[in-house]
Design a binder for this molecule. Structure first.
Ligand code: CMP
Length: 167
């Protein structure tokens, strides 16, 4: 679906609708495996409402991760997120648990070294970088992003969808 068409639909979403969806990204250094990853995401029961490969500007990355400004890893995070296009995803899965949490459960821990086997971060840091050490050493990302609350789903999807629409 075109961004502008999706935005029209998106504007009509209620808070209840946002409980059943999440904002996710495949980070630049995992985009080479995007086809396999998209199949994997679908096999885990997520519907893909919106998918768009997009180059984050420095300004967008800084705004997106503004809560981490001042932390030791912030500049590197911004560099990693602007090193190439990301795959922006709006995912849908209905359950008793909100979709953002279902997605974060599939991702595993932020640090892939702590992500249990079978989670997306464990699986793809193994496949793409040979293990989680690359993240700890700052050579690689943790492959994926997932919003951490319904409020973040709303904030992050608005921020990025409008940036895409204005580009
Ligand atoms: P993400 O899910 O995109 O949300 C915030 C990102 O900040 C996180 O994934 C990591 O890429 C990064 N991050 C969070 N904590 C740390 C940390 N302690 N060291 C390095 N990077 C981190």
């Amino acid at each position: 679906m075109e961004t502008k068409d999706f935005l029209k639909k998106f504007k009509g979403f209620s808070v209840q609708d946002f409980e059943d969806l999440t904002y996710a990204m495949i980070k630049p250094d995992a985009v080479s495996a995007k086809n396999e990853i998209i199949r994997d995401i679908k096999s885990r029961g997520f519907g893909i409402l919106f998918q768009h490969e997009y180059q984050f500007s420095k300004e967008l990355a800084e705004n997106f991760y503004s809560e981490h400004k001042g932390k030791g890893f912030y500049d590197r995070l911004v560099d990693q997120m602007t090193a190439g296009p990301v795959v922006v995803l709006i995912l849908k899965k209905k359950g008793i648990i909100p979709c953002y949490q279902l997605w974060r459960d599939e991702l595993g821990a932020t640090n892939p070294a702590n992500a249990i086997e079978g989670t997306l971060r464990n699986t793809y840091t193994q496949k793409l970088f040979g293990g989680p050490e690359a993240y700890a050493e700052g050579r690689a990302t943790n492959c994926f992003h997932g919003a951490d609350s319904v409020a973040s789903v709303i904030r992050e999807s608005n921020l990025v969808l409008y940036d895409i629409a204005m580009s």
